[in-house]
Design a protein. Structure first.
Length: 118
Protein backbone atom coordinates (compact mmCIF):
# COMPACT_ATOMS: atom_id res chain seq x y z
CA UNK A 1 0.00 0.00 0.00
CA UNK A 2 1.31 3.47 -0.88
CA UNK A 3 2.02 6.35 1.46
CA UNK A 4 -0.85 8.85 1.89
CA UNK A 5 -0.80 12.58 1.36
CA UNK A 6 -1.16 13.97 4.89
CA UNK A 7 -0.89 17.76 4.63
CA UNK A 8 -0.67 20.58 2.11
CA UNK A 9 1.01 23.93 2.42
CA UNK A 10 0.85 27.24 0.60
CA UNK A 11 3.82 29.55 1.17
CA UNK A 12 3.50 33.14 0.00
CA UNK A 13 5.42 36.41 0.26
CA UNK A 14 2.02 37.89 1.27
CA UNK A 15 0.60 35.12 3.47
CA UNK A 16 -2.30 37.26 4.73
CA UNK A 17 -3.46 37.81 1.15
CA UNK A 18 -3.08 34.08 0.42
CA UNK A 19 -5.03 33.16 3.56
CA UNK A 20 -7.85 35.52 2.57
CA UNK A 21 -7.83 34.30 -1.04
CA UNK A 22 -8.00 30.58 -0.27
CA UNK A 23 -10.35 31.04 2.68
CA UNK A 24 -12.85 32.98 0.59
CA UNK A 25 -12.40 30.86 -2.55
CA UNK A 26 -12.94 27.48 -0.88
CA UNK A 27 -14.79 28.45 2.34
CA UNK A 28 -11.86 27.23 4.44
CA UNK A 29 -11.38 28.25 8.06
CA UNK A 30 -7.84 29.52 8.62
CA UNK A 31 -6.44 30.21 12.09
CA UNK A 32 -3.27 32.35 11.91
CA UNK A 33 -0.93 31.93 14.87
CA UNK A 34 1.11 35.03 15.79
CA UNK A 35 3.60 32.81 17.65
CA UNK A 36 4.32 31.08 14.32
CA UNK A 37 4.80 34.32 12.34
CA UNK A 38 1.18 34.36 11.17
CA UNK A 39 1.28 30.80 9.79
CA UNK A 40 -2.31 29.63 9.65
CA UNK A 41 -3.59 26.10 9.99
CA UNK A 42 -6.34 25.35 7.49
CA UNK A 43 -9.54 23.48 8.31
CA UNK A 44 -11.13 22.65 4.98
CA UNK A 45 -14.43 21.66 6.61
CA UNK A 46 -14.53 18.72 4.18
CA UNK A 47 -15.23 15.92 6.65
CA UNK A 48 -13.29 13.50 8.80
CA UNK A 49 -11.08 12.17 5.98
CA UNK A 50 -10.13 15.61 4.66
CA UNK A 51 -6.48 16.55 4.39
CA UNK A 52 -5.51 19.54 6.52
CA UNK A 53 -3.08 22.20 5.55
CA UNK A 54 -1.38 25.45 6.31
CA UNK A 55 -0.82 28.83 4.70
CA UNK A 56 2.16 30.84 5.80
CA UNK A 57 4.83 33.39 5.03
CA UNK A 58 7.85 32.90 2.87
CA UNK A 59 10.98 32.45 4.99
CA UNK A 60 13.67 32.37 2.29
CA UNK A 61 14.03 32.93 -1.45
CA UNK A 62 12.59 30.12 -3.53
CA UNK A 63 10.29 28.63 -0.89
CA UNK A 64 7.02 30.00 -2.24
CA UNK A 65 4.42 27.77 -3.83
CA UNK A 66 2.23 24.80 -3.03
CA UNK A 67 3.73 21.75 -1.37
CA UNK A 68 2.36 18.36 -0.36
CA UNK A 69 3.52 16.39 2.67
CA UNK A 70 3.48 12.60 2.51
CA UNK A 71 3.01 10.56 5.69
CA UNK A 72 5.93 8.15 6.24
CA UNK A 73 7.24 6.10 9.13
CA UNK A 74 10.96 6.92 8.77
CA UNK A 75 12.06 10.35 7.51
CA UNK A 76 15.72 9.43 7.04
CA UNK A 77 14.92 6.27 5.10
CA UNK A 78 12.67 8.16 2.69
CA UNK A 79 15.20 10.97 2.28
CA UNK A 80 17.84 8.35 1.46
CA UNK A 81 15.47 6.72 -1.02
CA UNK A 82 14.66 10.10 -2.64
CA UNK A 83 18.39 10.79 -3.06
CA UNK A 84 18.98 7.35 -4.56
CA UNK A 85 16.26 8.14 -7.12
CA UNK A 86 17.79 11.49 -8.09
CA UNK A 87 16.25 13.84 -5.51
CA UNK A 88 18.08 16.08 -3.04
CA UNK A 89 17.65 16.72 0.69
CA UNK A 90 16.55 20.27 1.29
CA UNK A 91 15.49 20.37 4.96
CA UNK A 92 16.74 17.67 7.33
CA UNK A 93 14.34 16.05 9.81
CA UNK A 94 13.11 18.63 12.31
CA UNK A 95 10.61 18.64 15.16
CA UNK A 96 7.34 20.49 14.67
CA UNK A 97 5.97 22.63 17.51
CA UNK A 98 3.80 20.86 20.07
CA UNK A 99 3.15 17.21 19.44
CA UNK A 100 2.70 17.46 15.67
CA UNK A 101 5.62 15.12 14.94
CA UNK A 102 8.59 15.71 12.64
CA UNK A 103 9.07 16.77 9.04
CA UNK A 104 11.70 16.96 6.31
CA UNK A 105 11.73 18.33 2.76
CA UNK A 106 13.44 17.12 -0.40
CA UNK A 107 13.38 18.14 -4.04
CA UNK A 108 12.54 15.73 -6.80
CA UNK A 109 14.78 15.51 -9.90
CA UNK A 110 12.86 18.45 -11.43
CA UNK A 111 13.37 20.68 -8.37
CA UNK A 112 9.83 20.38 -6.97
CA UNK A 113 9.77 20.52 -3.19
CA UNK A 114 8.02 17.65 -1.41
CA UNK A 115 7.56 17.32 2.33
CA UNK A 116 7.68 14.22 4.48
CA UNK A 117 5.84 14.00 7.77
CA UNK A 118 6.27 11.41 10.49
Amino acid sequence: MGQPIAFFEVVSPDHRRAQTFYGELFDWQIAPDPAMGGYGLVETEAGEHAIGGGIGPSMQPGDTGVKIYVKVDDLDAYLDRAEALGGKRLVPPMDLPGDFGRFAIFTDPDGNQVGLWA
